[in-house]
Each structure stands twice: as structure tokens, then as C-alpha cells.
Design a protein around this ligand. Structure first.
Ligand SMILES: Nc1nc2c(ncn2[C@@H]2O[C@H](COP(=O)(O)OP(=O)(O)OP(=O)(O)O)[C@@H](O)[C@H]2O)c(=O)[nH]1
Length: 598
């Protein structure tokens, strides 16, 4: 059978514009789910995802739909909407010939909508515009269609107004998917080749690879080879998500499904790799795509040193389920043995932190996240560092480079002033201003990643009353006037607190950091000087006055058991602390750098 009856497509959108609701409605309309109440949104399968209302992992489902007496196979590949998970969007798009670009009719085009469109255009996917939530009183489908025309270049005939909630227009949209999106190319007479576009780990089944078959076919009991590693396996089960895992005998050219082949660890599979037949291999692997880049790094130390093996075990487990999370052993004179962890962004970091606390109950101290830097040494060597403590001695440094991004912000025109002030304060250079409509503007900046990765998004949301959206893409490393700022607590440099700052604001930021530390470190029985220094020169100082906090003094003697309870509570509160010399530093202090507000 050829491939004309197949359509592989993704739904891409800004967060909350209704991807999952639309996917759900499509599953319902095609009869793929009958028991509507079983799960609110079939595609968001992880608890954490549902709680946070975001989609973390791309999933794929196969639906059947009949049009003009012909049955079609529609493979829908879900994608996440948050900036941190950009690479997962390109990974999903690599398996598609088309994409539905969902835009909320009451919100309009957002920064991620534009960014996702670029990704779709790059992979050669055809795009259909979907104007969702037309049932809302605030919906302005006509205005939004014009924005889509202007920002994305789609014509009116390529935009479909729908309500994913009520189902209005979704039938027409399914027909458009068949009529407007191309089928996959037919390579059924070639040797087997399949693109692995995602993989996850299941305790009972081992590694499950999500694949799109391009050449020939894949069948059960076939001996396959992963072209990247050269390792061979035998397929034990092959199937489709319909939406439950449903085993089939084979997957043909153009089809999307899963492969289970006794692969023990997620680390054995590279997303983007090609599966081929071991006896009759494809000549060359299918084009892959950029592997995910870790954008922020942070050190995790066990609160109690004996917990080190437990922490390592937890990270190993976490990494089997999340190939974009990395960890390497690290040691700090101040904090002992721990791990340097790499994340796609801050949200990704928070998700890992939360899992660590929820699933493993390990008491950890975490250092403030930082971006990577490049050091050009006096010998002309370039070294990549992802922790201020890894910086070589200043006498060996010729220059420092920091990562820059292309930053796009979409906002309403009345908030431009505030946003420009914010961006200037963060060393961003305005590249262009583009009016999408009378009231909505796209601002493009060249920005240092370090300035926007922490609290920029929150500040932007604050200034724009929640309306502005942003997205960014790494463009490379550039020379910058940076300095390592050491933080001394009680005259002792604490490596885990040191930061790399731009010299133009090192003094101001250094002082703010000390002020935050002064509040975060509890008073001791002695006075504690706090100092910020660049290469031995003190640039700011603060003092924590001596005081002994007697938490039981308020209890007026009397009830001993109550007194004991309070003391116990205080002891527990102390758990997430590290002793540096004779000073107890709580977890919040290490994160003080994150908060650059006043
Ligand atoms: N009124 C109305 N609400 C909708 C419609 N479609 C989605 N919603 C609501 O919009 C919110 C976000 O929808 P989701 O489907 O979770 O959005 P999403 O794009 O999948 O979001 P992420 O998975 O977090 O990226 C939910 O509260 C939905 O109930 C619609 O057509 N009309």
C-alpha cells in the first residue's frame, strides 16, 4: 500500500492556546476515545504535567478518519509549548509533513507562535492556521487572522476558526488536514530506515522508541541496527498508540508508531538516530537534528554528605527518563562532594528539583543557576566553563565570552516603553520593532543569555500585566567585559556563591547580592562580615549583626511538649543548611543571585 492515505502532523502553539484540548477533541471525533471521562487530556500523560498544565514529552497517537469513502490514517504528534522545550518541537516536527499552528482568538499571535513557525518552516512542514477559542466572548477571529497573515504569512484560506472546547469547526479542520497537508513520501521499496523522534523508559517494558518509518518497513522479530551506535537488537513488539499501545505486525513507509527491542537504558538510544535492518542496512542515516543544548547549570550537594550515593542514584534514575538532563560529579571546598547538573532552562530545572523532592526525599543544597561561558586563555586555547568556580586564575585569562540570544517579545503597544527600559537595563540591543497590528508589536533584541534566563520573564510579565510573551534562540558566544565576583562570608571565600557579572553592573549587583544574603543568613552569636570582591579588591560589604534567636521565648515557659515541638521544628528548618566554617548558610542564600529585584 502507498502512503497517500497517511498524514503525519503536529500541533504547535503557545502555551495554553489549546493544543491538548484540540488533540482530545480530534481523538473523540475520530472515535479513538469513547469513554470521555476516563482522562481529561489523553496526550498529557505524566502527573506532573497535568498538575502544572504543561506538556513535557512529545507523544504520538494514530487516528482513523474517513473522507469521501476512503479511510485515512492520521498520526498526531504532540509538542510542548514552553521555551525550555524548544528542541522537542523540532524533534516532533522532523517526523511530520505538516503542522497545525494554534492561535488563541482572544490572545492573538504570541512569541512562541512565531518561533514555532520558524521551526516548522525550517523542517519543510506545511502549515495550517487554527484560530481557537472562537466561543469566547473576547474572541476576535478576524483580527487574529490578520495577525497570522502578517506575522506568519498564511492566507485566509489556510486559517480555520474553531472551538476546541465545543468541537465547532474541528470536523472541517480534520478534512483540511487531509486535503491541504501532503502525505509522506513513499520509500517502501528501499531498505528499512526509521527516525527515532522520541523515546521514554517504562519500568515494565524498558525503552520505548517513538519512530517514523521512512524506508521499507519495520516488523516484529526483525533484527535491527541503530546506525549511530552500531548496536543490534531484535524487535520484540511494534505498534501504534491508538491511543493505547496497540501491537501490530509491521509499520510501513510513512507510518508512525513505537518499537520495543529489549533496549535496557534510555542512554543507549539517541533521539534523531536511525533504525535500519541489520542484514540489509540503509546506505546512510536519515538527517537528524540539533541535539538539545543545556542552557543553565547548577550544582546540587547533599545536605548530609552520607547522602551522596543516594543523590547519585536519584540522578541516574531521573536521567533515564529525561535525556536532556545531565549530571557530572563536582566538588567544592566549601560544600564537599556533589553534582553539576545541566538543564534546558529554568522551568526544566524546577521540574527536576520537584521530582527530586517528591520522589526521592533527599535533602539537597543547590547553587544558583548559571549559563556557560567561554574562556580564551593566554595560550590561545578556548575552554567552555559552566560554573564560576571553574574559571582559571585571572592572570591566565585573555578574554571571556558569554552566550547571546536572539530574543523576540510580542506585546501590546502601550507597554513598549516599560519593556524597552527593562531590556536596556539587561544589556539588550534592540534590532527591530515590527507592528503586527495596530495594537500589537514584535520587538527583536540581541541579548546576553545570562541576563534573560533568570527573572526576565517574570519581570516582563509584571510590566505588561501578563500580556507580553517572549522566546529566544542561541546565536553564539561573544567577547564581553565580565568579571568573577567572589563572595566572602566571615572573611572566607565561598566558591559556591561566586558569580560571573558584567563589569558595568558588578558593583551594584554585588551589593544587592550581599543585601539578599544578609537577609537569608540567620543571625549568629557573633558578627558576620559579608564581602564581594573582584580579584582581591573588595567592591561591596555588609554585616550580619550578632544575635541569638530564642524561638521559645514567646512561649512563656509552661508547656514543655509545645516547647519541644517548636525546637524540633527549628531543627528541621535548619536541615537545608551548610556550615561554612562556623557560619550556617541556608539553601535560600545560595539562590539569592536569582532575585535581581530590589
Ligand atoms: N473557551 C475555550 N477554552 C478553551 C478552548 N480550547 C482550550 N480551552 C481552554 O484553554 C486552556 C488551555 O488549554 P490546553 O488544551 O491545556 O492548552 P495547551 O496549549 O495544550 O497547553 P500546554 O499543554 O500547557 O502547552 C484550558 O483551560 C482549556 O479548557 C476553546 O476552544 N474555548
Amino acid at each position: 500500500m502507498g502512503t497517500e492515505h497517511i498524514r503525519n502532523f503536529s500541533i504547535v502553539a503557545h502555551i495554553d492556546h489549546g493544543k491538548s484540548t484540540l488533540a482530545d477533541r480530534m481523538l473523540e471525533l475520530t472515535g479513538s476515545i469513547t469513554d470521555r471521562d476516563r482522562q481529561e487530556q489523553m496526550l498529557d500523560s505524566m502527573d506532573l504535567e497535568r498538575e502544572r498544565g504543561i506538556t513535557i514529552k512529545a507523544s504520538a497517537v494514530t487516528m482513523k478518519y474517513e473522507l469521501d469513502g476512503k479511510e485515512y490514517m492520521l498520526n498526531l504528534i504532540d509538542t510542548p509549548g514552553h521555551v525550555d522545550f524548544h528542541y522537542e518541537v523540532s524533534r516532533a516536527l522532523a517526523a511530520c509533513e505538516g503542522a497545525l499552528l494554534v492561535v488563541d482568538a482572544s490572545q492573538g499571535v504570541e512569541a512562541q507562535t512565531v518561533a514555532n513557525t520558524y521551526l516548522a518552516v525550517e523542517t519543510g512542514a506545511e502549515i495550517i492556521g487554527v484560530i481557537n477559542k472562537i466561543d469566547l466572548p473576547a474572541a476576535q477571529p478576524q483580527v487574529v487572522i490578520e495577525e497570522v497573515e502578517h506575522a506568519i504569512g498564511l492566507s485566509k484560506g489556510e486559517c480555520f476558526p474553531i472551538s476546541a472546547k465545543s468541537g465547532e469547526g474541528v470536523g472541517e479542520l480534520l478534512r483540511a488536514v487531509i486535503q491541504l497537508l501532503p502525505p509522506p513520501e513513499d520509500h517502501s521499496d528501499e531498505p528499512s530506515s526509521a527516525l527515532i523522534f522520541d523515546a521514554n523508559f517504562n519500568d515494565y517494558r524498558g525503552v520505548i522508541c517513538y519512530v517514523k518509518v521512512v524506508g521499507g518497513k519495520l516488523r516484529t522479530r526483525q533484527k535491527i541496527r541503530l546506525m549511530g551506535t552500531g548496536r543490534t537488537y531484535v524487535i520484540s513488539e511494534i505498534g501504534k498508540f491508538a491511543p493505547q499501545m496497540t501491537a501490530v505486525d509491521e509499520l510501513g513507509s510513512g507510518e508512525v508508531g513505537y518499537v520495543i527491542a529489549n533496549i535496557k537504558e534510555l542512554a543507549d538510544v539517541t533521539i534523531g538516530d536511525t533504525i535500519t535492518d541489520d542484514a540489509n542496512p540503509a546506505e546512510k542515516p536519515l538527517p537528524g537534528y540539533q541535539p538539545p543544548a543545556q542552557m543553565v547549570f547548577s550544582d546540587f550537594y547533599p545536605g548530609n554528605n552520607t547522602d551522596y550515593p543516594k543523590l547519585r542514584g536519584a540522578f541516574e534514575k531521573l536521567a533515564t527518563n529525561d535525556s536532556s538532563f545531565t549530571f557530572t560529579p563536582q566538588s567544592s571546598p566549601a560544600l564537599g562532594f556533589g553534582f553539576r547538573c545541566g538543564f534546558l532552562g529554568l522551568l526544566h530545572m524546577e521540574i527536576v528539583q520537584e521530582r527530586l523532592e517528591r520522589e526521592y526525599d533527599i535533602d539537597v543544597v543547590q547553587t544558583a543557576p548559571t549559563v556557560s561561558y567561554e574562556v580564551i586563555t593566554k595560550d590561545g586555547e578556548t575552554i567552555r566553563i559552566d560554573s564560576p568556580s571553574m574559571l582559571p586564575d585571572p592572570s591566565h585569562i585573555e578574554a571571556l565570552k558569554e552566550p547571546y540570544v536572539r530574543l523576540e517579545i510580542i506585546t501590546s503597544s502601550d507597554t513598549i516603553g516599560g519593556i524597552m527600559t527593562l531590556a536596556e537595563g539587561k544589556r539588550c540591543q534592540l534590532i527591530k520593532t515590527d507592528y503586527l497590528s495596530k495594537t500589537r508589536v514584535l520587538l527583536e533584541y540581541k541579548a546576553p543569555l545570562a541576563e534573560i534566563v533568570y527573572d526576565f520573564y517574570d519581570l516582563l510579565k509584571g510590566i505588561s500585566h501578563g500580556y507580553a510573551t517572549m522566546d529566544y534562540e542561541l546565536i553564539g558566544f561573544e567577547k564581553s567585559n565580565l568579571a568573577k565576583v567572589d563572595i566572602l562570608v566571615n572573611k572566607k571565600a565561598v566558591d559556591a556563591l561566586s558569580v560571573i557579572l558584567h563589569r558595568s553592573n558588578a558593583e551594584v549587583r554585588g551589593r544587592k547580592l550581599l543585601q539578599k544574603l544578609r537577609k537569608a543568613i540567620p543571625k549568629h552569636q557573633f558578627e558576620i562580615p559579608l564581602q564581594a570582591a573582584i580579584g582581591g579588591k573588595i567592591i561591596a560589604r555588609e554585616t550580619i549583626k550578632a544575635y541569638r534567636k530564642d524561638v521559645t521565648s514567646k512561649l512563656y515557659g509552661g508547656d514543655v511538649s509545645r516547647k519541644m515541638k517548636v525546637l524540633k521544628k527549628q531543627k528541621e528548618g535548619k536541615k537545608r543548611m551548610k556550615s561554612i566554617g562556623s557560619v550556617q548558610i541556608p539553601q535560600e542564600a545560595f539562590m539569592s543571585i536569582l532575585d535581581t529585584s530590589d
